[in-house]
Design a protein around this ligand. Structure first.
Ligand code: IPD
Ligand code: CA
Ligand code: CA
Length: 256
């Protein structure tokens, strides 16, 4: 099944790469800053066709098409283009993310960054890999030595308060904060040790399904903002190298 996730992610990623420069039909979804293009939808079709061709009875949750009617213990959770805002501007930070859930727990995931041809993969209990090589989280244990990564929700203009508050709280304590524009890539970068901690609220299952498994399999920790374990359906995620987890929880506690 991991191979299916890989095949689908690479095929959709190739399509994204080849779609660079095409004229985009952009529509807005939940707000005027939440775009979707025909490329997101076409990439999603490539992924679903690949999965359904091999596992016709499995359930699907895909960002653009929603939840399928299938009743199955397996659910594929798909973001065909994570980083759509970047994509619409030609900023080459975006990816395809595919996670596979079995009985409510993520068991496999693949994230593919087409612009750099990087493939992140994980299976529960078998470690996390970048292009076939084992990756591990960082071992920084102080915020002042840490790069933290975050993202902002599409309703930020209506509900700015806690997002800005948490950003400021971490900004005053970390070495640096980055906002890359793709939650799935953010999580892979924590898994690879490029960053030390990631937090985001109002996140969607397709943003985190594959990436959260990558972080755990790379030796990191993933919880809610109050330290409780989460599944793909959780709306808030804190994913770290484990060493700064409690320190970040303490900062988040100020604005729960
Ligand atoms: C978005 C990106 C972004 C995150 C948003 C997501 P999309 O996904 O992952 O980094 O901050 O919460 O919705 O819309 O580009 O697939
Ligand atoms: Ca997304
Ligand atoms: Ca998307």
């Amino acid at each position: 099944m991991l191979q299916t996730a890989i095949d689908a992610a690479k095929e959709a990623g190739k399509f994204l790469r080849e779609s660079k420069g095409k004229s985009l039909k952009i529509e807005n979804k939940s707000s005027s800053i939440d775009p979707v293009t025909q490329i997101d939808k076409q990439a999603e079709k490539i992924i679903i066709d690949t999965i359904k061709g091999r596992y016709p009875d499995h359930a699907i949750l895909a960002e653009e098409g929603g939840e399928s009617d299938d009743i199955s213990e397996y659910r594929w959770i798909i973001d065909p283009l994570d980083g759509t805002v970047n994509f619409t501007h030609g900023l080459p930070i975006y990816c395809v993310s595919i996670g596979l859930e079995y009985k409510g727990a993520i068991i496999a995931g693949a994230v593919y960054e087409p612009n750099v041809d990087d493939l992140y993969t994980a299976e529960r209990g078998k470690g996390a890999f970048l292009n076939g090589k084992r990756i591990r989280v960082s071992d920084n244990d102080r915020l002042i030595d840490s790069i933290l990564i975050t993202g902002f929700p599409y309703d930020i203009h209506d509900n700015p308060d806690n997002t800005i508050g948490r950003f400021t709280d971490f900004l005053m304590e970390a070495q640096a904060i980055r906002r890359l524009g793709s939650a799935a890539i953010d999580l892979c970068y924590i898994a690879a040790g490029y960053g030390d901690g990631f937090w985001e609220a109002f996140i969607k299952p397709w943003d985190i399904a594959a990436g959260m498994l990558l972080v755990e399999e790379a030796g990191g920790k993933v919880t809610d903002f109050d330290g409780k374990p989460i599944g793909a359906d959780s709306q808030r995620i804190l994913a770290t190298n484990g060493k700064i987890h409690d320190i970040m929880l303490n900062v988040l506690k100020k604005r729960l």
